[in-house]
Ligand binder design. Structure first.
Ligand SMILES: [Zn+2]
Length: 153
């Protein structure tokens, strides 16, 4: 009987210590979560700015896609045009740029997305790692449009 009570006491302490730890874990998790959420919000605003302030065709010109398919300058195009995919190797252009929705979509490999995704795929295709491709993409928007994660309005 005494043995059980003793064990019970230890067990209670164990639970209390355990709960305190759980409390700590929960509060640090929610701190992490809000930091994560802020980062995510900031990134979403960044993408939003890129989508509003840049045009996918203009971006394709800057990345050197002009010489690939269309004879005239890309910015003269008023409807969607095809270029060689930024994401997979091909000889016949199967990637459409949609100037109205400001997106791209490849019939060949299924890759598509917004202006940011286009630039990211472009660098990713050059065998950069995800991290490096993201850095290159960030540099591209900073250099050409002065849009960066750190200078949000
Ligand atoms: Zn493709």
């Amino acid at each position: 009987m005494r043995g059980i009570t003793k064990h019970g006491g230890f067990f209670l302490i164990f639970i209390l210590v355990g709960m305190k730890n759980i409390d700590n874990i929960i509060s640090s998790d929610s701190a992490n979560d809000s930091a994560k959420k802020r980062r995510r919000d900031r990134f979403e605003q960044y993408i939003e700015r890129i989508n509003q302030e840049t045009r996918i065709i203009q971006v394709a010109i800057l990345l050197g896609y002009r010489k690939l398919k269309p004879k005239k300058s890309l910015d003269k195009y008023s409807r969607s045009i095809k270029i060689l995919c930024p994401s997979h190797k091909e000889d016949t252009p199967s990637c459409s740029l949609d100037p109205f929705r400001n997106i791209f979509n490849c019939m060949g490999c299924g890759t598509g997305g917004n202006v940011y995704d286009f630039v990211f795929q472009h660098f990713k295709r050059m065998n950069y790692s995800d991290k490096l491709a993201r850095q290159k993409t960030a540099k591209f928007f900073k250099k050409n449009f002065n849009i960066s994660l750190s200078n949000e309005k």
